[in-house]
Design a protein around this ligand. Structure first.
Ligand code: SF4
Length: 172
């Protein structure tokens, strides 16, 4: 089961195009200035199976993509990797917001972390840093956070930013 803080069934603010957003419950990062501190406590969300969430996503034929946000998605990597495989098989773009950096995830020993990374198209990585907050950035809160092309990053073994145009990340 996935511990869920909430859903947005048709969001336009968590990546380009109309997206389904899953906010997971539980985050170990506790960034100062976090917009969702109510998602920090582990085990206090509502429990949904992978299949229930997958069915909910497929109800809307207008969706372009799916975004996992939080909370910290990589704290529930095994179940989210399974959901990720299903939404990828349906043809959705999968974006994941994480407080970890790509380098931390890439070096992790957990197979589940790597399974989730392998399903991810776009990773918005890094903790929210209040001193680097920039309201002009699109799809991220602080300038240390990066919008990464995960398949290219995994091929290169190093973080590769999304090409300009696929995810336009400056301005409004
Ligand atoms: S990683 Fe995200 S959800 Fe977690 S504390 Fe930082 S800003 Fe909040």
């Amino acid at each position: 089961m996935i511990d869920v803080a909430g859903f947005e069934d048709d969001s336009i603010t968590n990546g380009p195009g109309l997206r389904f957003v899953l906010f997971v419950q539980g985050c170990p990062h506790h960034c100062k200035g976090c917009h969702n501190p109510e998602t920090w406590a582990f085990g206090e969300g509502c429990k949904y199976s992978v299949e229930e969430i997958h069915t909910r996503i497929r109800r809307n034929p207008l969706l372009r993509g799916v975004t996992f946000s939080g909370g910290e998605p990589f704290s529930q990597a095994a179940e989210l990797a399974r959901l990720g495989r299903l939404v990828k098989a349906d043809g959705y773009e999968l974006a994941v917001y994480t407080g970890f950096t790509f380098e931390e995830l890439y070096a992790a020993s957990s197979p589940a972390v790597h399974e989730l990374l392998e399903q991810t198209d776009v990773l918005v990585d890094g903790r929210f840093e209040l001193l680097k907050r920039n309201l002009l950035l699109r799809f991220r809160g602080s300038s240390n956070q990066r919008v990464l092309d995960v398949p290219a990053s995994l091929r290169a073994g190093t973080a590769v930013e999304m090409p300009f145009g696929r995810w336009r990340t400056e301005g409004r």
